[in-house]
Design a binder for this molecule. Structure first.
Ligand SMILES: Cc1ncc(COP(=O)(O)O)c(C=O)c1O
Length: 413
C-alpha cells in the first residue's frame, strides 16, 4: 500500500500550485516540520533583510532611520498588509506588542464601549493567556468587571444582557475547531455584546473576513502562520467605527496624537495608531514584514484548499497505519469546522511526541494528552504526511516513547 500511496501523494505535490513556496523557506532536507502553527519556519529573505536592517539602517543610519528607513511607519505599514489577509481595511490593523497585551487593549476598549455591562465572557479551555487577561482585568476593576468562562458549546447561550464582550479564539489552539465568525458575531451583537476574536491560528491559515462578519476587535500572533520569527510582534484590529470612541487604557506615548509634541496630557491618535503603546520593536517588525509579504504572495483560497487536503490525507493515513495504537482524533473531521492543525489525544502523548521529534517529525504536545500537528501549506508536501504517519507508527511499534528521559516534562512542550 505504501508504494502506490507515496506515488499518489507525489503526484499531488507535482500538481500543487503552492509547491514553489517551500524553497522560499530554510528547512533542512528530511525534516517534517508540523509546528508552523506554533513557530513558523524562517523565510530565506528574512535573513538578508535583517542583516540590512541591522548593518545599514541601525549600524549606519542610527537614529535617522526612524524616518529614513521608515521605522516610524512600520507598525501601520505591516498592519495594512496583515489587514488584507484578514478582510480588514487599511488603517484598521496595527502591529504592536504581544497578543496578550493586545487582548488586554481590545477587552478594555470593548468594556469602555459597554459601560453599563459587567461581564467578559469566554469559553473554558480557551488559550490560557486570553483567560488570564480577562481575570487580570476583573481583579483590577475592583468588582466592576467579572470574568466568566463557560463550556464551548454553551457560550452563545450565556449571552445575557450583562455581557459586555465575548472573547473567543476562532481556531481553537488545542482542538483546531474553527468557529463561524459571522454567525457568532451576529449572535453577540443581537445580545448587545461586542466580540474580540483571537486570530492567532487563523491569520495566514484560513481565509478571514473581519469586515464581512462586522467584527469589532481582533488580535493575533505574528510568529505562527505569518512566519514573523520567535517572539514576533502581534497585531490588533479595531473596526473603524469604534476608533473615535475608544480611549486606550494603555495610553503610551506612541499612541498619542503627536508623540513628539511631548505634551504632559494624553491625547489619543486619530485612528488605529491609538492602539500603539511604546516604541515599536523594529527588528521584530522587519522580520514579520518579510513573513507577511511572502504570505501575501499566496492565494488564500489555494492555501485553504491545500491545508484541508493535507489534513484529510493525514487523518486517513492515521486511520490506515495507526488505527490500533490508541489515538483519538480531537479535531473535527468536517472540513468546514477545522482550522489548519490536526490533533490527537493519546495517554502516552508526551513521550510519543518527544520520540517523533528525535526522528525529525516535529509537532508539539499540549497538556494533558494532546499531540498537535500543524499543517502549513507553504512549506509542507503531501508526501510529508506519509513520512509523519509512518514515523508515528514506528514510534508506537518500537515503544520508542518509553524512555526515562521523558519522565519529566520539559519547560516547552
Ligand atoms: C490562541 C492564542 N492566543 C495567544 C497566544 C500567545 O500570546 P502571546 O504572543 O502574547 O504569548 C497563543 C500562543 O500560542 C495562542 O495560541
Amino acid at each position: 500500500m505504501t508504494a502506490w500511496c507515496r506515488e499518489a501523494l507525489e503526484a499531488l505535490d507535482r500538481a500543487d500550485p503552492l509547491a514553489r513556496f517551500r524553497a522560499a523557506f530554510q528547512l533542512r532536507e528530511g525534516l517534517v516540520y508540523l509546528d508552523g502553527n506554533s513557530l513558523g519556519a524562517l523565510p530565506r529573505r528574512t535573513l538578508a533583510r535583517l542583516e540590512q536592517t541591522v548593518a545599514e539602517e541601525w549600524g549606519e543610519g542610527l537614529i535617522t532611520s526612524w524616518l529614513g528607513a521608515e521605522w516610524m511607519t512600520a507598525p501601520r505599514r505591516v498592519g495594512d498588509k496583515i489587514a488584507r489577509l484578514l478582510g480588514a481595511e487599511p488603517g484598521e490593523v496595527i502591529v504592536a506588542d504581544s497578543t496578550s497585551i493586545n487582548v488586554f487593549k481590545a477587552l478594555t476598549a470593548a468594556l469602555s464601549l459597554r459601560p453599563e455591562r459587567s461581564v467578559i465572557l469566554s469559553e473554558a479551555g480557551n488559550f490560557p493567556t486570553d483567560l488570564y487577561m480577562m481575570q487580570g482585568i476583573a481583579a483590577f476593576s475592583g468588582g466592576r468587571v467579572r470574568a466568566e468562562a463557560v463550556p464551548g458549546e454553551a457560550v452563545l447561550d450565556r449571552l445575557y444582557e450583562d455581557v459586555a464582550v465575548l472573547l473567543l479564539t476562532q481556531v481553537h489552539y488545542k482542538t483546531g475547531r474553527s468557529r463561524d465568525m459571522a454567525e457568532v458575531t451576529r449572535r453577540a451583537h443581537a445580545a448587545g455584546a461586542l466580540v474580540v476574536w483571537d486570530l492567532s491560528h487563523s491569520a495566514g491559515a484560513i481565509p478571514v473576513d473581519l469586515n464581512g462578519a462586522v467584527a469589532d476587535f481582533a488580535v493575533g500572533c505574528g510568529y505562527k502562520f505569518l512566519n514573523g520569527g520567535p517572539g514576533a510582534p502581534a497585531y490588533i484590529f479595531a473596526a473603524r467605527r469604534h476608533h473615535a470612541a475608544v480611549v486606550p487604557v494603555l495610553s503610551g506615548w506612541f499612541g498619542h496624537a503627536e508623540p513628539f509634541a511631548f505634551e504632559d496630557g494624553y491625547r489619543a491618535a486619530e485612528g488605529i495608531e491609538r492602539f500603539l503603546c511604546g516604541t515599536p520593536p523594529v527588528l521584530g517588525l522587519t522580520a514579520l514584514e518579510c513573513g507577511v509579504d511572502l504570505m501575501a504572495e499566496a492565494d488564500m483560497a489555494e492555501v485553504r484548499a491545500k491545508s484541508l487536503q493535507l489534513g484529510c490525507v493525514f487523518m486517513d493515513l492515521m486511520d490506515a497505519h495507526c488505527g490500533g495504537f490508541g489515538f483519538t482524533l480531537v479535531s473535527p473531521r468536517d472540513d468546514a469546522r477545522r482550522g489548519s492543525h490536526v490533533s490527537y489525544a493519546h495517554p502516552l502523548g508526551y513521550g510519543i511526541m518527544q520520540a517523533l521529534k528525535e526522528r525529525g517529525v516535529i509537532g508539539d504536545f499540549r497538556d494533558p494528552d494532546v499531540l498537535r500537528f500543524g499543517l502549513t501549506p507553504l512549506t509542507l508536501r503531501h508526501v510529508d504526511m506519509l513520512e509523519a504517519v509512518l514515523t508515528i507508527r514506528e514510534v508506537c511499534e518500537t515503544r520508542a516513547w518509553d524512555d526515562p528521559r521523558w519522565a519529566v516534562r520539559a519547560a516547552v512542550t
